[in-house]
Design a protein around this ligand. Structure first.
Ligand SMILES: [Cu+2]
Length: 328
C-alpha cells in the first residue's frame, strides 16, 4: 500500500467514525445533550463549539501520527526520504504556533462570553421568580419566598419563566444540578450561589446532587416539574390550602441526617434561608450575603435578626469544616 493510499484509508475511517457518531444523534438518556431551556442550550452550543475547535487539532494529530508511523516504518525498500540533518522550518513553526493561538483565543472568547451571559437572566422579556435551594443531609429543600411555600425533594416551576435560584447548604457541600436545564452550581454553607435556569416547555426534568456528600447521597434526587403559568399558580393555591406550614421545629427535624420522602408546606418561617446562610458566615461575607438576599418585604429587621441568630447559634459547628486551614 502506498503512503497516499494509506492516507486515504485513514481519512475514510475518520469520516466513518465521525459520521456514525453524528448520524446516530443523541438518545434522550444523554441529558446534557438534550437542552430544554435557554441556559442549557447556550451551554450545549459551547460544548459543540469547543469540541469542533479541539477536533481541529486532535483529528489531524491522530491521523498524522498513524500516517508517520506507517510511512517511515523500518522495512526493506521503504522509499520515504530520510533527512537526519533537518532541523528547522519557518513555515512549519508559523503553522504550529498560529493555529493553537487562534484556537485558544476562540475557546477563551466563547467561554468567557457565555460564562458572563449565564450570570444574568436568560430571558429579559420575563421577570424571574426566585427559589431558594438548601442542600441538607440528604435531601433538597426548596423555599419560594415570593409564594411563601416550601417543598422537599421536588420542585414545581412555571414553564417559560426564568427561575433565579439562590443555592446554599445546611450540610456539607453538595451540588445542585438539573442537566436538561443547565449546568450545576455548588451548594455551600455560609454563602448563596446564584443560578438562572428556565424550562421552555412543560415537562419533568431530573435533578441531582453532583457532588458526593456521604451515605444518603444517592437519594438526593428530585424532579423538576415545569407547568404552564396558570397551572403553576393553581398548584401554589392548592399547596396553600391543603398542606401544613413548616415550623422551626419541622426544619430542625428535616435537617437531621437521613433520607426522606417528598414534602410540601403551605408556609415556612420568614427569613429562614437568610438565617441558614448567615449561620455559617460569621462575619466574613455578610455584606455580600445580605446585599444578595434583601430582607423579605414587610420585615425590615430580618437582616439583623439573622446576624444575631447566627452569632448565638452554631456558627462554627459545620461538619467537616476545618477553620484553622481557612483564610479568615
Ligand atoms: Cu470560620
Amino acid at each position: 500500500m502506498s503512503g497516499g493510499k494509506m492516507l486515504r484509508h485513514i481519512q475514510f475511517w475518520i469520516l466513518a467514525v465521525l459520521g456514525t457518531v453524528l448520524l446516530t444523534g443523541c438518545g434522550s438518556e444523554y441529558l446534557v445533550l438534550n437542552p430544554k431551556g435557554p441556559v442549557a442550550e447556550t451551554q450545549y452550543n459551547l460544548i459543540i463549539i469547543s469540541t469542533i475547535l479541539v477536533a481541529i487539532i486532535i483529528v489531524p494529530v491522530i491521523a498524522l501520527t498513524a500516517f508517520i508511523v506507517y510511512r517511515y516504518r523500518d522495512t526493506p525498500g521503504n522509499k520515504a526520504s530520510y533527512k537526519p540533518e533537518w532541523a528547522h522550518s519557518t513555515t512549519l513553526e508559523v503553522i504550529w504556533w498560529i493555529i493553537p493561538i487562534v484556537i485558544v483565543a476562540l475557546l477563551g472568547y466563547f467561554t468567557v462570553r457565555d460564562v458572563y451571559l449565564l450570570k444574568e437572566n436568560p430571558n429579559k422579556e420575563v421577570a424571574p421568580i426566585t427559589i431558594q435551594v438548601t442542600a441538607l443531609d440528604w435531601k433538597w429543600m426548596f423555599t419560594y419566598p415570593e409564594q411563601n411555600i416550601a417543598t422537599v425533594n421536588h420542585l414545581e416551576i412555571p414553564a417559560g419563566v426564568p427561575i433565579r435560584f439562590q443555592v446554599s447548604a445546611d450540610a456539607p457541600m453538595n451540588s445542585f444540578w438539573v442537566p436538561e436545564l443547565g449546568g450545576q452550581i455548588y451548594a455551600m454553607a455560609g454563602m448563596a450561589t446564584e443560578l438562572y435556569l428556565q424550562a421552555d416547555e412543560p415537562g419533568t426534568f431530573a435533578g441531582f446532587s453532583s457532588n458526593f456528600s456521604g451515605e444518603g447521597f444517592a437519594k438526593m434526587q428530585f424532579d423538576v416539574v415545569a407547568k404552564p403559568k396558570d397551572e403553576f399558580d393553581k398548584w401554589v393555591k392548592e399547596v396553600k390550602g391543603t398542606t401544613p406550614a413548616m415550623t422551626k421545629a419541622d426544619y430542625e427535624e428535616l435537617r437531621k441526617p437521613g433520607v426522606t420522602d417528598k414534602f410540601t408546606y403551605s408556609a415556612f418561617p420568614e427569613g429562614m434561608f437568610e438565617e441558614i446562610v448567615a449561620k455559617y458566615g460569621h462575619g466574613h461575607d455578610m455584606d455580600y450575603v445580605m446585599e444578595k438576599l434583601p430582607a423579605p418585604a414587610g420585615n425590615k429587621s430580618s437582616n439583623e435578626t439573622s446576624l444575631n441568630t447566627h452569632q448565638k447559634t452554631e456558627s462554627h459547628n459545620m461538619p467537616g469544616m476545618n477553620h484553622s486551614s481557612m483564610n479568615h
